[in-house]
Design a protein around this ligand. Structure first.
Ligand code: ATP
Ligand code: MG
Length: 549
């Protein structure tokens, strides 16, 4: 939603006032749900927006028409929730009445609180409002007298969310009316397809069928069967990891941030295959099915085919080295703990540190032995370890990162100019992946998947030197992260920002969220020279550069 915020606030969108799209979504928070009938980590969300154009009275009937006339879902199978009001705001009876007038019985309309029928803002402040959620009633009996869409028993499956963005949340939490009223809806493609195909779970749709079939072939040949839940998880994760690896951002398995999520998913797959007595080397074959199936719609999968397969193979080789011995150790610990026992944080950390077992992976394994893991203890061990390595690193870079001398401030400013120049020459797909500055040189890592040509390097240098020759003031402003994004500032994608951030602007060349310190004027920088351009890791390039007076 971040990129849309300015348009929800009234700025003109080049695509007009009515937009639709299909978005790739990753919801890692749903990982424990995967294996049920409807929750995926990766799914496609169909969206439509009104930017100050149609509102509730048009949006609700349009949704109704689409579901009942185009998709032919019987009205009796629908149920909706509507905002029931809270201490400050009244119930959204207008929407309730709209649904009723369209043919939904009162028993199909449920009023719920803020926790169920409110969306946003996307950050601390910004557009937000009540919503109405549309559910498919599977027809299974109510789990109890209070059973309704908000209950998680599975009788009702949420298929579409219709958000009425009419308020702006201020920094103090209060709401004011937005200049224009907007609509934002999201519909889960896999869930809707399941329903219109008359199936009971997403894995029975054509979207998953080819991978499911392959899994059955692989296990069938060896006379094995994969438990149903594992089969679903394998199938889901195949698609999720293929899409994550296929993204132009070029994320690869690692121990931090998105790379860690990816690693967790792949390692879980490797173990589930092994658990059923199958060779985890099938990972790449499974992934290829998804690439072939989706590449016409998502060309990045085809374009990144070799990257996807290489990364999977690499992670397989890496994890295979420690998986067996780690499993042996884990089984020993868990057997000693016994049914109902607790695995200490210390041992869980050992499995993580020595054998590369993600903590969630150890928890899952422990559960199979009727054990649990002392997660608080694990977290403590993990943090102790991190502090130790941080202290080590700080020692190593003393005089480097820790040195806020004028020269490092200048190199810092040069890094922003370099980032801006790279984006201008190579395209705005380039994003920062790392930066390290000593008083002698800067080192900058960024996403890009090939060696830069001599001409490109020259162009980049020329842009930076043009900016230094222009003697531009470096402007620093403080604002909220939302305001920063809205104003076009770039930031490190994975960084968690505070309430207020500093935005450094070098007019015409760079606008970045950054903590500083920086030179006051680009004239202080002197001439900029690139020493080296090389690969840093898969899909990431590294530049070393200096400035000389
Ligand atoms: P649920 O309560 O079922 O988890 P949600 O409230 O998290 O759904 P929204 O955040 O409103 O869902 O997302 C919009 C739509 O995206 C939902 O109506 C649903 O169709 C789809 N959706 C949400 N989460 C998933 C998921 N994990 N897998 C597949 N589709 C999903
Ligand atoms: Mg959810």
């Amino acid at each position: 939603m971040h990129p849309l915020v300015p348009y929800l606030l009234g700025e003109k969108h080049p695509g007009g006032k009515r937009l639709t799209n299909v978005q790739k979504c990753i919801r890692t928070c749903d990982i424990d749900e995967v294996g049920d009938d409807t929750h995926l980590i990766f799914f496609e969300m169909l969206g439509n927006w009104s930017l100050g154009d149609y509102f509730k009275q048009e949006s609700v009937p349009m949704s109704f028409d689409f579901l009942t006339k185009y998709l032919k879902i019987p009205v009796t199978r629908l149920a909706v929730t509507v905002f029931g009001g809270d201490g400050t705001l009244p119930a959204d009876t207008q929407t309730g009445r709209l649904w009723h007038s369209l043919g939904l019985a009162h028993e199909q309309i449920f009023y719920c609180g803020r926790e169920d029928n409110w969306w946003g803002p996307a950050g601390q402040t910004g557009p937000c409002g009540p919503d109405t959620e549309i559910f498919y009633d599977t027809g299974s009996p109510k789990c109890g007298p209070d059973c309704g869409p908000a209950c998680g028993c599975g009788k009702y499956v949420e298929i579409w969310n219709n958000v009425f963005l009419e308020y702006n949340q201020e920094a103090d939490g209060s709401l004011s009316d937005l200049k224009q009223k907007n609509i934002d809806t999201g519909m889960g493609l896999e869930r809707v397809l399941t329903i219109i195909n008359g199936k009971t779970n997403v894995y029975e749709t054509e979207l998953f069928f080819p991978v499911m079939k392959k899994l059955d072939e692989i296990s069938g040949e060896l006379g094995k069967t994969i438990p149903e839940k594992d089969r679903r998880i394998l199938c889901e994760h195949t698609r999720a990891v293929t899409f994550i690896l296929g993204d132009p951002k070029k994320i690869s398995p690692s121990n931090t941030e998105q790379g860690y999520i990816l690693r967790r998913l792949i390692r879980r797959m490797i173990r589930l295959l092994k658990k059923s007595g199958l060779d985890a080397n099938y990972l790449t074959e499974l992934s290829e099915i998804i690439i072939n199936q989706y590449q016409n719609v998502y060309p990045e999968l085809g374009e990144n085919r070799s990257f996807i397969l290489e990364q999977l193979q690499k992670e397989y080789v890496l994890f295979s080295k420690t998986l067996d011995s780690g499993l042996k150790k884990a089984v020993k610990y868990l057997s000693a703990a016994g049914n109902g026992g607790v695995l200490s944080g210390e041992l869980a950390f050992k499995l993580y540190d020595t054998y590369g077992f993600p903590i969630e992976f150890t928890s899952e394994l422990a559960a199979e032995y009727g054990c649990s893991v002392d997660l608080d203890d694990f977290r403590q061990k993990f943090e102790e370890h991190q502090n130790r390595s941080r202290q080590g690193a700080a020692g190593k870079f003393a005089g480097g990162l820790a040195d806020h001398s004028e020269q490092t401030a200048r190199l810092h400013t040069a890094t922003h100019l370099l980032n801006g120049a790279l984006r201008r020459v190579l395209g705005s797909g380039v994003s920062q992946r790392g930066s390290n500055i000593t008083s002698e040189r800067l080192r900058f890592d960024f996403s890009f998947d090939r060696k830069l040509t001599a001409e490109e390097l020259e162009q980049v240098c020329a842009i930076v030197n043009e900016a230094t020759a222009a003697k531009l003031n470096v402007i620093c402003e403080e604002m909220t992260p939302e305001e920063a994004y809205r104003s076009g500032a770039v930031g490190v994608f994975s960084e968690k920002y505070d309430n207020m951030v500093k935005v450094y602007t070098i007019p015409g060349y760079s606008r970045e969220i950054c903590g500083g310190p920086h030179a006051k004027n680009t004239g202080e920088l002197g001439s900029f020279r690139i020493l080296k351009e090389e690969a840093s890791s898969a899909g990431v390039r590294r530049i070393r550069a200096v400035i000389k007076e």
